[in-house]
Ligand binder design. Structure first.
Ligand code: GLU
Length: 308
């Protein structure tokens, strides 16, 4: 067994033995039904060795982790013009906060809070039918995850369509500032559906490898983005990837990462590894409680913090 696999298995055993699991998200009814005892971890190093354990092959709702990939697509479409419509500063506010939008006249703080991600989805949608835009996002995930079976959980998407009143408010409010180009319902439909993509830790760690290696999957040699863009997406994950828990995540884990309310966290150790962890119970900021602890242990035991 490799050293990396030993550490991963040890951490999974330790996390599974813990009683403190956080609370599963309940505002999306399908997520409230997920068994909180599940725990998965997958790490892929620069050579392509996979160390994985626990429920690492069980698909879960990636939710806001999809925002990293929609941001990548939107930057590919409009380049730095995206930054006229969304900022790059941490918000210090919850993921679905509406207060800053009024002061900042419909320009969301960053692409990872819900308002910012809705603008990013609007950019991808422009010039397309919702179905085409969604197909593009899903195919991108299947391509990066090297698995054509990756799909959208339509029950999760439908339950968020029913209860996503906050996101509806955010999108309509931005529309009132002309910050949304397309029909609000189409933008939200595409947003709810890309949040409902289901992937396992192994698929997610595979999909994110380009961000750990300067924009390129080191195994296939396929370049997804230029090195500079990969660095910048990582910078945004570090500063904004965990909503108002971003400072705490940087302090404790020291790796760029993006969480989702499905309990997943995707993280990169630049030059070293792509990582995905999943534990459905969340902390007060909406980030996976044990997922964060596991990443803290992983970074500590392997000396992977970007801060030395
Ligand atoms: N679809 C979720 C929402 O918009 C994503 C939030 C998250 O994963 O943090 O509320």
């Amino acid at each position: 067994m490799s050293e990396l696999q030993r550490v991963v298995s040890e951490i999974v055993d330790e996390m599974r033995a813990r009683e403190d699991r956080g609370e599963v998200a309940t505002y999306i009814s399908e997520l409230a039904r997920v068994d909180p005892r599940q725990f998965g971890l997958a790490v892929i190093d620069a050579e392509g060795n996979v160390a994985a354990a626990g429920d690492c092959d069980v698909p879960f709702s990636i939710q806001s982790i999809s925002k990293v990939f929609t941001l990548t697509l939107a930057l590919g479409k409009v380049g730095d013009r995206l930054w006229r419509r969304v900022g790059r500063e941490p918000s210090g506010s919850p993921f679905n906060s509406i207060v800053q939008l009024e002061r900042e006249r419909g320009i969301p703080r960053n692409p990872f809070i819900n308002a910012g991600a809705i603008v990013v989805t609007d950019v991808i949608l422009s010039g397309h039918q919702p179905r085409e835009a969604l197909g593009e996002i899903l195919r991108f995930m299947q391509f990066l995850g090297q698995d054509a079976s990756i799909t959208i959980d339509s029950a999760v998407a439908a339950s968020e369509q029913r209860t996503g009143f906050r996101n509806r408010a955010l999108a309509n409010y931005m529309k009132s500032f002309d910050a949304i180009e397309n029909t609000v319902d189409f933008v939200l439909g595409a947003y709810f559906h890309h949040c409902a993509i289901a992937m396992s830790c192994r698929q997610l760690a595979t999909a994110g490898r380009f961000l750990a290696h300067l924009g390129r999957n080191p195994e296939t040699g396929f370049s997804v983005v230029q090195p500079e863009r990969a660095r910048r997406i990582n910078a945004l994950m570090l500063t904004c990837g965990h909503y108002d828990g971003s400072g705490e995540f940087a302090y404790r884990v020291g790796l760029p990462g993006k969480s989702g309310v499905g309990g997943g966290i995707f993280a990169v150790a630049p030059g070293k590894a792509s990582i995905a962890v999943w534990s459905p119970g969340l902390d007060a900021s909406g980030n996976s409680h044990l997922g964060r602890l596991a990443l803290e242990e992983l970074a500590k035991r392997l000396g992977w913090s970007i801060f030395g």
